[in-house]
Design a protein around this ligand. Structure first.
Ligand code: UT7
Length: 321
């Protein structure tokens, strides 16, 4: 007994920013961004609050699953930073959907949704929950330095959600970390006016050593795919759909190359959304679920890497028709 995915939802900001739009104020080009990453456009928050996108995606997922907010036993939210540190984004979603279930945020960077799935599995297996709502929302445009062309062109904003219900569906999960505090780093907001604080505040933006992240990502994704398939008693060729973290098409291609996976099995939306951190795999799942791509019995493999450095993979059998 574990869980199956009963419903999905997503919500993206209205504003779409193309690579050419970025080239208006940065020394970059559509050609450089597209050939190095596969990104053409991304959605960026303007008038919307992240909270509102998270709530909208949660409501869509609940409606899709036919579940009322009050039926939810646990709310988990994968985010680097919500609109407020407290209340957590998970509590804000809980209030909006009329739930009094335990609710908390999980920060495992871009792997956050996979960490949430494994936490949900543990709650369900322990008999502490039957219905879990996982939400992910990221305001990456508020975390990057818009003068740093090496990072700001990579990211986009968005929110997604899934409802999990107790039952068979999850086949295996694999999480790991390779602790490193330099390769991807974003400092937290310092105390406002402590008379005792003697440390120098760091610049509040994401710093990334792109080349090092690239190497880690290719190895970690390949390793996690092998491990999770072995746990599920499957070979990579028996997976019907790959849902990789949408950081860079070249990373995805390189990490899957040795398994000779057909390209049509590898789902992508990076061209239209960029890297939305934890939210990437959620929006990807919802998009392809709504297109009717998945059929009952299909095996979906989620795989991701991110700051921490974190990585992981989860295999789910699709239960909906
Ligand atoms: O969710 C996890 C988040 N992190 C990632 O996924 C990052 C993983 N890494 C990558 O995706 C790639 O390393 C990048 C896309 C970030 C960079 O690609 P690269 O092929 O590793 O390029 P590079 O860093 O080696 O830079 C090559 C050149 C440099 O110029 P010089 O030193 O050769 O003159 C950069 O300054 O490209 C320059 N450059 C740019 N040029 C135009 C860096 N960013 C840009 C840009 N436009 N936006």
């Amino acid at each position: 007994m574990s869980f199956f995915i009963a419903g999905t939802g997503s919500a993206l900001p209205e504003k779409v920013v193309s690579n050419d739009d970025l080239a208006q104020f940065l020394d970059t080009s559509d050609e450089w961004i597209y050939t190095r990453t596969g990104i053409r456009r991304r959605h960026v928050l303007t008038h919307e609050r992240l909270n509102d996108l998270a709530i909208a995606s949660a409501q869509t997922a609940l409606a899709d699953a036919g579940v009322a907010g009050a039926e939810v036993d646990l709310i988990l939210c994968a985010t680097l930073r919500g609109d407020t540190v407290t209340p957590s984004l998970a509590c804000i979603v809980g209030e909006a959907i009329g739930s009094t279930a335990p609710a908390f945020d999980v920060n495992a960077a871009c792997v956050g949704v996979l960490y949430c799935m494994e936490i949900a599995d543990a709650f369900i297996v322990a008999g502490k929950a039957k219905t879990v709502l996982i939400v992910s929302a990221e305001a990456m445009s508020k975390l990057v330095d818009w003068t740093d062309r090496a990072t700001c062109v990579l990211f986009g904003d968005g929110a997604g959600a899934m409802v999990l219900r107790a039952g068979s569906g999850r086949l295996a999960g694999e999480l790991s970390t390779a602790p490193d505090s330099h390769v991807i780093r974003m400092p937290n907001i310092e105390g406002i006016n402590s008379p005792y604080n003697q440390t120098q505040p760091e610049k509040l933006a994401i710093y990334m050593d792109g080349g090092e992240v690239y190497k880690f990502a290719v190895n970690a994704m390949g390793h996690n795919i092998e491990q999770v398939c072995a746990r599920a008693g499957l070979t990579p060729a028996q997976i019907d759909w790959y849902l990789p973290h949408q950081a860079n098409v070249r990373i995805i291609d390189a990490s899957l190359r040795k398994y000779k996976i057909e390209k049509s099995k590898v789902l992508l939306n990076i061209a239209e959304c960029g890297n939305m951190s934890a939210t990437s795999v959620m929006v990807l799942l919802d998009e392809y679920a709504k297109k009717g791509t998945f059929h009952k019995g299909d095996k979906l493999l989620f795989v991701a890497f991110g700051g921490g450095l974190t990585s992981g993979a989860v295999i789910i059998e699709w239960k909906k028709d």
